[in-house]
Ligand binder design. Sequence first.
Ligand SMILES: Nc1nc2c(ncn2[C@@H]2O[C@H](COP(=O)(O)OP(=O)(O)OP(=O)(O)O)[C@@H](O)[C@H]2O)c(=O)[nH]1
Ligand SMILES: [Mg+2]
Length: 482
Amino acid sequence: MGQEGIQEGVFEAFKKTVDKHSDATFESLHRLRSGHKCIGITGLSRSGKSTFITSLISQLLNHEKAKLGAFSPWISKRIKAVKVHPLGDRSLSEFPYSDAIKSLTAVPPSWPDSTTDISGCLLEIKLQKKAPWPWEADTKSVYLELRDYPGEWLLDLPLMDMSFSEWCSQCAAQFTQEPRASLLGGLLNELQQLDPLAPFNEVKLTALKQQYVEFLKRCKEQTHALSLIQPGRFLIPGKFSDEQALQFVPILSCNARTRAQLEGADANSYFKILEQRYNAYVDRVVSPFYKKFFRPIDRQVVLVDVINALNGGPEYIADMQHALSNICDSFSYGNSSPIIKLFSPNIEKVIFAASKIDQVVAKDHDNVRQLLSSVVRKALEEAAYKGAEHKSEAIAAIRSSDEADLRGSFGLKGVDLEGESIGYIHPIMPDHVPSTDEWQPFVAWKIPMLRPPSGVRCDQDQAIPHIRMDQVLQDLIGDMCS
Ligand SMILES: Nc1nc2c(ncn2[C@@H]2O[C@H](COP(=O)(O)OP(=O)(O)OP(=O)(O)O)[C@@H](O)[C@H]2O)c(=O)[nH]1
Ligand SMILES: [Mg+2]
């Protein structure tokens, strides 16, 4: 290629980049201002995202009574005021903070509702400047964009890098393993018998899709939920409930056909029709969600309910590890200049946090943190390699237990979801994923679900009790508050 050809190629590549990102460019321009960051609160379904956001807002709004000893502007008493604003994007509903606080302060208190759609808010923290020039204002504001969404939708991100036949192969491998094989029941055989080259039948597909959704519900609603539940919108469709793009199922026998057979299949075959709908799902549902909510993220908190997965057993930890590694593969790490970030936003910091750590005694917290580090080891290494700051933590957004001497043994007391006072002792938490002969005590333990603490009046300036939310705040935004 001559000089001209090379220049043409470079120009085309630049034009493509601009075109690809132009929809996000204007949205991103305002983020060039220092003191404004988009914070991703990411986590699988029920990992504690909405509770975390609620607690974070509440700790800051009620900073005078909150215990935030690890958060530098709190120690130096530089927090002047905190305000929650709606996000600039008016199409997005406001994060239901007041509803969550209402539930938490009700008699009896209850947890915030499970999330069914996207919401967000902009949190402004007004700080006293350390040493302003005489002509400067003596305060500055730090802005945090926060967004919440159903955890199920996160599981769709890996589909962007998977063709329909690759997704079918992944399902074929998973569905013959326990516990999924039992949860599928008769549907396993039906999906295995579905011939990709046979003529498509909408009535049959509708029946299969209904059964498939029931199977996904069973995966989610059993005692220990599985992590990898795809496609996420089949359970929580959001505004896409009527889309034909949501009408497909995996064909488990794709592997029995050659690539040429699948590519040359009749336009009205199961393979071609379902592939078309899968592609439409990825293009019209998954990609826009990724572009709007993940691409602008500057700093990421990934919440992981590792205690619950440990309690489920080896299959559940492995399933969670697989799901998290797929999700983290779609993160774009790096610490680039603001101008480069405009076109190619990167995650400059990531904090993996084991959530609901109040379910175990304090002396085991560090073990759980180490366990989490081993579960997400690959993602931590990737972040380190790409130059992003990274850390693992163990936190409770809302501390719902107290340590207690239970007839001579050290344990926890709290109130269960039925309102009964309970006390329990748990096995010593491991600092690594247990090996085959180490699993027994963790699966034998029946982890109780705790009710949030009673009598917290965060509607009257009191702060919610927590564990290490102040450390997360410091790690996440301490540098912006200096
Ligand atoms: N003990 C304890 N339980 C918690 C804590 N945070 C969350 N939980 C429990 O975890 C459940 C799920 O929390 P959510 O905040 O709704 O989780 P989510 O990730 O927003 O869930 P989805 O919106 O369904 O994806 C709650 O209903 C509580 O039972 C915590 O700090 N301590
Ligand atoms: Mg939620």
